[in-house]
Design a protein around this ligand. Structure first.
Ligand SMILES: *Cc1c(COP(=O)(O)O)cnc(C)c1O
Length: 453
């Protein structure tokens, strides 16, 4: 079999092997890595998935990409350990199903990507006999999923920066109650400040010996495992004409589905469900891309993204070229330049997109609780809201990306009671917290990193 290499969407960095794409995260030309070709899964193999467990399907899908990169038994071990929780698919009514991706240890769909990535990085670190330092900035959910996934991985330390006063208690405790190789830092600043500190550290030659690597959402090892649950859901219905409604922020979830479709999964349409950050539905309608910066704050807070990082990959797959224009120091001078337009007709055939306002989200949560006894979280409710607007009558699978128990206030306001907190989160509530605090100053952060043992 021909080897799959990874090329940059910005077209000037050289092609690299999977391992390098994983350890680098972003390409040197600031583009996102894409596979040079997408392997195919034949229909009879897809049909055989109906008798397989989730982790077995994960193995069958991912081995198509990783055949020459990771021994089969190691890959099987990684997916078996990563996917040890249920993935329910529930029929809500004729034509509508919900796929629950909120049953992992941190109760958000980020677990699917983070747990696979941790397995992969741990394997590469051990194989190369190096110690990796994963740096990640989080606005809330990602940090918890990454911390949990990398906990006790021997050759990897994880440094997580979070805006000290801008995350919820539960979100913070998901990072600060683990200790060992997980090092949380509360920054006296905003999420963007955390992200800037991390970016500067990556480009700092004095920190080279730390083997810094990134766990942010553009890493190819976070993207590939997100194609698996599309195969899984399809195999549980085994019906033609299935569409997916995907609550979307940075479009990583959506890109997972697009890869599954390109591999041969017969997905009819993607309903791209967004909150009030509606740059994508407007783009589909007009062909003009206008990122929303800064993004709008909505109750589905993990989707408060006005310039989705994975959109560059989607546009690339449909023949276009989207990038951020930078000066010679790498600073962005213009966001979201559409240098080459993608094939709009093809895009419109495969995607429809709707923006759901916060009041609509509340209305959906109330309606689905009252009519179907289903308690949605605000992100999942955006997915259902977009499904309703789409008018699609064939089978639609709407993805639930977080557990409602993580959004006590919004949900209590709507249905009048506090939703149950998932067991895995209850455990951490009374645990002792430990974390460092720094000012929003790069020199202070750098000294801290140098002192890590
Ligand atoms: C991250 C996240 C999303 C958005 O997923 P993207 O891959 O960024 O589009 C949706 N819901 C929840 C709960 C999330 O944590």
């Amino acid at each position: 079999m021909e080897k799959i290499l990874y090329r940059s969407t910005n077209r000037s960095s050289k092609e690299v092997e999977f391992k390098e794409a994983v350890l680098k995260g972003q390409a040197p030309d600031y583009g996102l890595y894409m596979p040079t070709f997408i392997p195919e899964i034949k229909r009879d193999e897809i049909d055989s998935f109906s008798l397989k467990e989730y982790y077995e399907i994960a193995f069958s899908v991912l081995i198509k990409f990783l055949k020459n990169e990771i021994p089969e038994d190691i890959l099987m071990g990684i997916v078996k350990k990563a996917y040890n929780f249920p993935v329910p698919l529930q029929k809500i009514k004729e034509g509508l199903y919900i796929l629950y991706l909120d049953r992992g240890p941190t109760a958000s769909f980020k677990d699917f990507a983070a747990r696979f990535m941790a397995g992969i990085m741990d394997y590469f670190a051990k194989k190369e006999e190096i110690n990796l330092t994963v740096l990640v900035a989080t606005s809330g959910d990602t940090g918890g999923a990454i911390a949990n996934a990398f906990y006790e991985k021997e050759n990897v330390k994880v440094v997580i920066l979070f805006p000290k006063d801008e995350i919820t208690d539960i979100q913070r405790k998901q990072m600060t109650t683990l200790n060992k190789n997980i090092i949380p830092i509360g920054v006296k600043g905003k999420f963007d400040d955390c992200q800037n500190l991390v970016k500067r550290a990556f480009n700092d030659p004095e920190l080279k010996n730390l083997n810094l690597t990134s766990a942010n959402s553009i890493n190819i090892s976070r993207l590939l495992p997100q194609s698996v649950y599309y195969f899984y859901a399809f195999s549980r219905l085994n019906n033609e004409n299935i569409s997916f409604s995907v609550p979307s922020g940075n479009f990583g979830n959506l890109m997972g589905g697009v890869i599954a479709k390109k591999m041969g999964l017969p997905i009819e349409k993607f309903i791209v469900a967004v909150n009030e950050n509606d740059e994508f539905p407007k783009f589909l309608e007009t062909g003009d891309y206008l990122p929303i910066i800064p993004s709008k704050r909505c109750n589905s807070n993990a989707m408060n993204v006005g310039h989705p990082s994975n959109l560059a990959r989607l546009i690339d797959l449909y023949g276009g070229w989207l990038y951020d224009e930078r000066d010679e120091k790498g600073r962005v001078i213009k966001y979201g330049v559409l240098k080459i337009k993608p094939e709009m007709e093809k895009l419109k055939k495969d995607f429809i997109s709707f923006s759901i306002r916060d009041e609509e989200v509340c209305g959906i949560i109330k309606k689905y609780y009252e009519e179907y006894k289903v308690l949605l979280d605000p992100h999942g409710a955006v997915g259902i809201g977009a499904y309703e607007k789409s008018g699609i009558k064939n089978q639609v699978i709407s993805i639930e990306t977080a557990h409602p128990g993580k959004f006590q206030e919004v949900i209590k306001d709507v249905v009048g009671f506090e939703p149950e907190i998932p067991e895995t989160l209850k455990e951490i509530i009374n645990k002792e917290e430990k974390y460092f605090e720094i000012e929003n100053k790069y020199e202070e952060f750098k000294e801290f990193l140098k002192g890590i043992k």
